[in-house]
Design a protein around this ligand. Structure first.
Ligand code: UDP
Ligand code: MN
Length: 297
């Protein structure tokens, strides 16, 4: 499992991971069939990535949506923990999309870090809030965010950082292995199966099941990703259908058609409710308790 098969597609070298220490984690898959690294704790040197990011004087965007009751419930913990663990020592710009910019909590930011609160409309259904992120992100990436950031990470707000989440995660197109599903056989993965949907994958399609709570990449790659997902959602809407897991279904379709150039192990977005697994050495982000009755309509 630990060795990297010959890449079948040449991947752009990102220089952030240095030489991956596949041998350090022989018990897990550290490379995809198309040659993209799957980074696990111990397989990369965080200092190499930090130096590379500093040398290039990068600015990294972090987008998060906090609409309706998600703002009070999750945003402060998310931001405070990000200040401790997300891209420490780098230039960071937070984009907080919310229906109440004036209610964004004050959080002391480190040097080289700033926060922009961006107003968005509040959709009635939580599914629509979740899906509306794709067109909103697309617009932002085509505007100020795309101009000031080199790489952008797009995260759910209902989670918090518990460990270093640094430039080792950077690459042109980054996907997160879903903590619930990374050990499941392909045919069981919860892809959209209705052929009428733009997000549909057949039983013989799909590489991994990716979590929409974390994705990232270069501005150019994310412009393409968000356009694909927003268009797919719109097509489905016109047909009066909605994919099983909303934006996540469309994201999975996109990653099937456009292979991510780096995958994050489930350590990068872990759920404490899952029974502890030996391969999970160092969780970087944890899902906050899901109190849907409190935050959803
Ligand atoms: N969200 C929000 N307000 C809502 C619904 C969703 O701000 O009413 C945002 C928030 O960032 C949240 C994300 O959309 O983390 C995805 O929704 P959720 O986390 O509820 O989906 P799940 O992770 O349970 O699939
Ligand atoms: Mn979530």
């Amino acid at each position: 499992m630990g060795t990297c098969p010959t890449a079948i597609m040449p991947l752009p070298r990102d220089n952030f991971t240095g030489v991956l220490h596949h041998w350090a984690r022989p018990e897990v898959l550290t490379c995809t069939s198309w040659g993209a690294p799957i980074i696990w704790d111990g397989t990369f040197d965080p200092h190499i990535a930090q130096q590379e990011a500093r040398r290039r004087n990068l600015t990294i965007g972090l987008t998060v949506f906090a609409v309706g009751r998600y703002l009070e419930k999750y945003l402060e913990h998310f931001l405070v923990s990000a200040e401790q663990h997300f891209m420490v020592g780098q230039n960071v710009v937070y984009y907080v999309f919310t229906d109440r910019p004036e209610a964004v909590p004050y959080v002391a930011l480190g040097q080289g870090r700033l926060l922009r609160a961006k107003p968005v409309q509040r959709e009635r259904r939580w599914q629509d809030v979740s899906m509306a992120r794709m067109p909103t992100l697309h617009e932002a990436l085509g505007g100020q965010l795309g101009q000031e950031a080199d790489f952008v990470f797009c995260l759910d707000v209902d989670q918090y950082f518990t460990g270093n989440f640094g430039p080792e995660v950077l690459a042109d197109l980054v996907a997160q292995l879903h903590a619930w599903h990374y050990r499941w056989p392909r045919w069981l993965l919860p892809y959209e199966r209705d052929k009428r949907s733009a997000a549909a994958l057949s039983l013989s399609e799909g590489d991994f099941y990716y979590h929409a709570a974390v994705f990232g990449g270069s501005v150019a790659a994310l412009l393409k990703l968000t356009a694909h997902c927003a268009t797919g959602q719109q097509l489905d809407h016109k047909r009066g259908i909605e994919a099983l897991w909303h934006d996540e279904s469309h994201l999975n379709k996109f990653f099937w058609l456009n292979k991510p150039t780096k995958l994050l192990s489930p350590e990068f977005c872990w759920a404490e409710e899952i029974i502890w697994r030996r391969e999970i050495h160092h969780p970087r982000l944890l899902w906050a308790p899901k109190e849907y009755t409190l935050v959803r309509n």
